[in-house]
Write a protein that binds this ligand. Sequence first.
Ligand code: NAD
Length: 246
Amino acid sequence: MEYKNKTVLITGASRGIGRAIALAFGKAGASVVVNYRSKKSEALEVVQAIKDAGGNAIAFQADVSDFEAAEQLVKATIEQFGTIDVLVNNSGITRDQLMMRMAEADFDDVISVNLKGAWNMVKHSCRLMLKQKHGRIINISSVVGLIGNPGQANYVASKAAIHGLTKSWAKEFGKKNVTVNAVAPGFIETEMTDSLPQALKDNYLAQIPLNRLGQVEDIADVVLFLASAKASYITGQVISVNGGMV
Ligand code: NAD
């Protein structure tokens, strides 16, 4: 797939799934904006890896849950590369806790990054995409947004709501050739999942017909497809990438 002369903005791209998506777009020739919240050196390492592969990239710090910071991120992308062709809302956090013990802040923090963060980014970039009559918005949700999960009511609510935003934006933006889809990963090996107890990981593995945990590239491949011309008639969908878990 060819992304020369395409600008791709990826939130939370300094590590994990976002990093893999950034590297894949960079290697495919896109101009990539690597957003990060706090890990500047990791973001710069991603930028360097893209440059080493012959691509073009910049890093830009912004907390996507902050309305003004998200606006600055969009503005910086347009100033640097002239447009945004693809927006990948990847930033996400967990604050897992059983409901009895979940603090109000655990709910608010997760909703403001995972849900409001995506809303902020689309709020600030949709006018441009609608005006230029093309754009691809890809939201990274989660398998648990489809099936629920004990101890993750806050996270599940944020991801299920992302599916609602995806379907609503797809209906709103379709006439202007802007597609909106979600990718719902299953259990992917990243720092987010590293800290889970081994017994829990074994339990997930037992539920995965393909008998392996997912890799970040499994998600990046599907994101690149959805952003490509080959996916121009796909919008409003939640694409599950979970090894058959659901
Ligand atoms: P990760 O923790 O490795 O990466 C998350 C990224 O989001 C980090 O770079 C982090 O800095 C960034 N981020 C967090 N808060 C931010 C903020 N306020 N502003 C900007 N960036 C912020 O996690 P990951 O596993 O790579 O997850 C990436 C996405 O995939 C998340 O949305 C996550 O919910 C989703 N997901 C992951 C899995 C999995 O198994 N790893 C499964 C389903 C869904």
